[in-house]
Design a protein around this ligand. Sequence first.
Ligand code: ADP
Length: 457
Amino acid sequence: MRWWRSHSVRVQLTLWYVGAMIVVLAVYAAAILAYVSRSASAALDQQLRADFQWAAAIVEQTPEGGITWNGEDTAEEVRPWLQVWSPDGELLYRNDLAIEGAMPGRDLLNLADDTIVAIPTADVPLRVLSRRGQIASKPVVIQVGRSEGPMRQQLRDVVLILLLGLPLAVATAGLGGYTVASHALAPIERMTERARTINADRLSDRLPVINPDNEMGRLATVFNATLGRLEASFDQMRRFTADASHELRTPLTAIRSVGEVGLRIRRDEAAYRAIIGSMLEEVDRLAGLVDRLLMLSRAETGQAKLSLETVSLVELAESVAADLAVLAEEKTQLVIIEPQGSPHAPGDRLMLRQALINLVDNAIKFSSSGSRITVRVFESAEQAIVDVVDSGPGIPSEARAHIFDRFFRAPSASSEAGGTGLGLSIAKSAVEANGGTLTLERSGADGSTFRISVPRG
Ligand code: ADP
């Protein structure tokens, strides 16, 4: 097994091919040999029967009233060996070939009637047909024989041809198999070479896809798709690390500068308390940011464990509105729920709640005082839908493509509202973890509509 594995696929394929070829050719050769041998043997038997007719035809009456055979006219090569017996075992005739070839005499007397047997002789095996007959109304036993030599020679020739042909065919098959295997595996070699050069810094490289419809092409395509995903997650990780460290720096710098300023001169206790208080505020902000980042990365890497239940979206919207009522009141805003039917969806209540909280929180944050925020809950044939509609300033068209990116804040809105730029990305990941989608349905000067749609229960 180890020996087998130590060889390349190309060699293994070739060996398989050669092995299969040897088996097929051996079976084929055996079949040919069996066929040739059987038909040569049948032809010889046929010939012996014809010889019997010949022997009966060349009978001549002797002047003394006896009988004799005269086959001398027939060419020697086509004449059989012939001997004729009387029923009581007297040798009546033996032709010259039988005498020369020392055709067994008395030994053949006991042959059953009308049988063909192979008799071993000193030189070559002899095949003999023994049959009773009536010649000039006398009963006789006629025995015709022929050497099996030519037949055996013919078979030896066939064996020789097959034996010579077999290695030739196997060698040709092996060479052909190796060439075909090399040719078929060449794209893999090329892919291996290329894949070897692809590392973390060159993830944008792709394998060559020569024919996307064959196995190699499909392999390259799948590999390329994997590379694409790897590249995307590397990029995401890089961006995430850069963004996160940038965002974490701000509260850290604030804590540091508050501390430094506090230590610059001697102060009374109240002043120190105020300084520590504002440092703790920043620490809270930092902790909140870290929590949100953790939540986001768990949701995105699919580590967040979903506890699935059937969630009533109307109840969910009502509880979110109740929770955020204080924030809305501060801005004299009104959060109104508009339910149509009672859509339910299987999902993780807490994750869906977090998503909706972020949307309503944004709507409150970015809309002017005194405005109204509507949460519409309804369902389509397959989806349960929650729309959060506000009458805020809308999202500038150039920012729309980025609002779901981490840490993105539209330039005008962010300064006064002061978010982290993580709310929408967290909401999106949470909805997607539940098999749904979060989209910006509409945004204009009169407000925006964000839509959560999840598969209905
Ligand atoms: P933030 O923590 O800043 O709210 P989000 O990811 O929730 O971060 O939002 C990203 C940006 O999208 C916000 O800074 C804001 O510019 C814009 N945005 C989100 N929701 C709204 C909304 N309802 N109206 C106007 N702009 C919005």
